[in-house]
Every structure is written in C-alpha cells, then in structure tokens.
Design a protein around this ligand. Structure first.
Ligand SMILES: CC(C)(COP(=O)(O)OP(=O)(O)OC[C@H]1O[C@@H](n2cnc3c(N)ncnc32)[C@H](O)[C@@H]1OP(=O)(O)O)[C@@H](O)C(=O)NCCC(=O)NCCS
Length: 169
C-alpha cells in the first residue's frame, strides 16, 4: 500500500480546551480529583489520534504523568494536546493542563503526560498512520524527545515479555 501523506501537528492539535471546575469534581482533600483530569486527557488525546490517523484508536500506554500543582474549586482547566510523533501504527500525544483563575487571568501548570495510541483497522489489527510534520522549533524538540521515550517504552515492554516467558518455561 502507498505510504499515507504526512500531516502537520496543528491539523490535529487541541489548544486550551476549557473545562469549568464544579463542586462534584473535588476529592476529599478539596482539590480537583486527579482521575477526572487524567480521564479527560485520555479522551481528548483520543480525538487528536483519531484526527491524525482517521481510524479508530485505542490507548496502548500512558507514561510520565506528573501532577505539578493542585487544581482548586472554581478554577477553569485548560487542556492542550498535540501529536509529538507517529511511527508505524502508534502515535505519542503530549498533554498539558493549566488551571486558570478566570477573574485575574493567572494560570498555573497542573499536569503533563504522554499518551501512546494505536490505530486499528476494521479487523482490530494495528494499521499504519500518516507521518508527522513538526510545525515549529517546539514541535521539532518534542518530535526528537518522543523517540527517546519510545525506546524506553519498547525496552520495558520487551523485558516484561521476557520475564513472563521465563516464568512460563
Ligand atoms: C495496543 C494494542 C492494539 C497493540 O496490539 P499488539 O498486538 O501488541 O500489536 P503490535 O505488537 O503489532 O504493536 C502495534 C503498535 O503498538 C505499539 N505498542 C504496543 N504496546 C505498546 C506499549 N505498551 N507501549 C507503547 N507502544 C506499544 C507497538 O510498538 C506498535 O507500534 P508501531 O506500529 O508504531 O511500531 C493491544 O495491545 C490492545 O488492544 N491493547 C488494549 C487497548 C485498550 O483496550 N485500551 C484501553 C481502552 S481504549
């Protein structure tokens, strides 16, 4: 099959998607429940992956989730997600969440994370996706760093598979 034409990062990116925090989003410590923020990142990353690949996608891995600061009641959360790089059927999407005080305009960095999605064909088999054209210097830096993280992920995956094999034999 001919290679699919590459697409720009901006073609699939989500920039500052707004979510207003309400009381039902809080945990017992009266800060925003982290699982809700992670779930929203997963859902929005899926949109980025499906825009880029034009296929159904599934989450294969999530790594380097860092909660950098708590979000609080009445904050406005701003979700930004973009494709860092694609390989065969897999894609890495970077997520960044900020909390905005909408009265003052002050923002705080709340979370960073990386999601790996895999595109599937109609038989649920991984299918190749378009390459990525980084739009600028920041996108080029993310493109390079994504390869380093992928090497780490695949190495861990291979090591765990070997341990499982050894246990079976
Ligand atoms: C993700 C999944 C489709 C991969 O299937 P698989 O049989 O392992 O397929 P392959 O080994 O051919 O790998 C396909 C791609 O996924 C990547 N991949 C698979 N597991 C991975 C992991 N843990 N971390 C990073 N990449 C992974 C491979 O590197 C490969 O990428 P490439 O095509 O770009 O080289 C399969 O493991 C799966 O269905 N997992 C469950 C997904 C799910 O239910 N998610 C939650 C709900 S959406």
């Amino acid at each position: 099959m001919p290679e699919k034409p590459s697409k720009s990062v901006s073609a699939s990116a989500i920039e500052k998607h707004v979510y207003k925090v309400f009381p039902n989003d809080m945990n017992a410590h009266d800060t925003v429940f982290g699982g809700m923020i992670m779930a929203k990142c997963d859902r929005l990353s899926l949109v980025v992956a499906e825009r880029h690949s034009a296929h159904v996608c599934v989450t294969a891995a999530v790594d380097s989730i860092h909660f950098r600061a708590p979000a609080k009641g009445n904050d406005t959360l701003l979700f930004s997600l973009s494709l860092n790089r694609s390989w065969g059927s897999s894609m890495e999407i970077g997520a960044r969440v900020e909390a905005e005080n909408s009265y003052t305009g002050e923002t705080r960095h709340i979370l960073s994370a990386f999601f790996t999605f895999v595109a599937l064909d109609a038989n649920d088999t991984p299918v190749d996706v378009p390459g990525v054209i980084p739009d600028g210097e920041e996108q080029k830096r993310r493109f390079g760093n994504a390869e380093i993280r992928r090497e780490g992920r695949l190495k861990t995956r291979a090591q765990l598979a070997k341990v499982a094999d050894d246990e079976d034999n």
